[in-house]
Design a binder for this molecule. Structure first.
Ligand SMILES: Nc1ncnc2c1ncn2[C@@H]1O[C@H](COP(=O)(O)OP(=O)(O)OP(=O)(O)O)[C@@H](O)[C@H]1O
Ligand SMILES: [Mg+2]
Length: 227
C-alpha cells in the first residue's frame, strides 16, 4: 500500500509553521526527515499522523518526548494495556517480555508511573508500544535522543529486525544525519516549514543541492574531524 497524504499544513498565531506539503511512501519504504532545529520536522510528523489516522490508516507514533505519549498520572502497566486494547490485541505477556528484553527495560516496574522510570527507559517503553502492532507507517521522532550511544545502536538494530519483512513504512525524524544515513533509503530535508530536498540517501549525501542539505552534510563532516 502506498501511503499518500496531501495538503499537510499548519498555521499558528498567524504564522505558517508548515507550508502545504505532500508525503508519500511506498510499502515498507524507510524515509528520513532531517533539518535544523525548529525547521518543522515534529510539526510535519504530528500533522501527518493526524491526517493518515483520519483516513483509517494504521499509524504508530513515537513522539519526540515521552511526555507526549505517557500520562504522568497513569502506571506503565495501564499504558501497556491501553496500547494492546487500541490494537485489539489480548494481553500477551510473552510478546511484552520479548520486546522489553530486546529494548533492555525488563528492570522497569510496571506498577510505577512514568516518573519512576528514567527518561531513556520511558523512551524505550514508548518504542516498545509502537512495535506492538504492524502499522502501515511508523513515525519515529528523534527515537534515540534520550539513549546512550550503545543502547541507541541496539534500539535501531532492533527496529531494523522488527521492520524487516513487514510492509510497515518508516518515517525517521532526526537531527542526526549519520543515524538517518545508515537506516533509510530516502532522505527529505526540511527548512523553514518546507521540504526543500527529497532524494535517495546516497544521492543526497554525495551531492546535496539545497543550502539546508549542504549545511547538514557539512556538519556531518565536522563531526568526522579527529579533534
Ligand atoms: N503550538 C505552537 N505555537 C507556536 N509555535 C509553534 C508551535 N508548534 C511549533 N511551533 C514552532 O514551529 C517551528 C517548528 O517546530 P518543530 O518542533 O516542528 O521543529 P523541529 O524541526 O521538530 O525542531 P527540533 O529539531 O528542535 O525538534 C518552531 O519554530 C516552533 O517554535
Ligand atoms: Mg522536533
Amino acid at each position: 500500500m502506498t501511503i499518500i497524504a496531501t495538503g499537510l499544513r499548519y498555521d499558528c498565531a498567524g504564522r505558517t509553521i508548515l507550508h502545504p506539503t505532500t508525503f508519500k511512501a511506498t510499502r515498507g519504504e524507510r524515509v528520513g526527515l532531517v533539518g535544523a532545529s525548529g525547521s518543522g520536522k515534529s510539526t510535519l510528523g504530528h500533522i501527518l499522523v493526524d491526517a493518515l489516522q483520519a483516513t483509517g490508516k494504521r499509524v504508530a507514533h513515537v513522539p519526540q518526548s515521552p511526555d507526549e505519549a505517557l500520562d504522568p498520572l497513569r502506571s506503565m502497566a495501564f499504558h501497556w494495556r491501553e496500547a494492546e486494547k487500541a490494537l485489539g490485541q489480548p494481553p500477551n505477556p510473552l510478546r511484552q517480555s520479548a520486546l522489553f528484553t530486546a529494548l533492555r527495560i525488563t528492570g522497569g516496574d510496571l506498577r510505577k508511573r512514568p516518573w519512576g522510570w528514567s527518561r531513556g527507559m520511558q523512551q524505550r517503553f514508548v518504542i516498545a508500544m509502537a512495535l506492538l502492532g504492524t502499522p502501515d507507517l511508523l513515525v519515529m521522532d528523534e527515537p534515540t535522543s534520550a539513549l546512550d550511544p550503545v543502547v541507541a545502536a541496539q534500539t535501531m538494530g532492533l527496529l531494523d529486525q522488527t521492520l524487516d519483512g513487514t510492509d510497515t513504512a518508516l518515517l525517521l525524524i532526526t537531527h542526526d544525519l549519520g543515524l538517518a544515513a545508515s537506516r533509510v533509503t530516502r532522505l527529505m530535508v526540511m527548512d523553514q516549514g518546507r521540504i526543500v530536498e527529497d532524494a535517495p540517501t546516497s544521492t543526497l549525501l554525495s551531492a546535496p543541492q539545497s543550502q539546508a542539505a549542504r549545511a547538514l552534510c557539512a556538519h556531518r563532516n565536522w563531526l568526522a574531524l579527529p579533534c
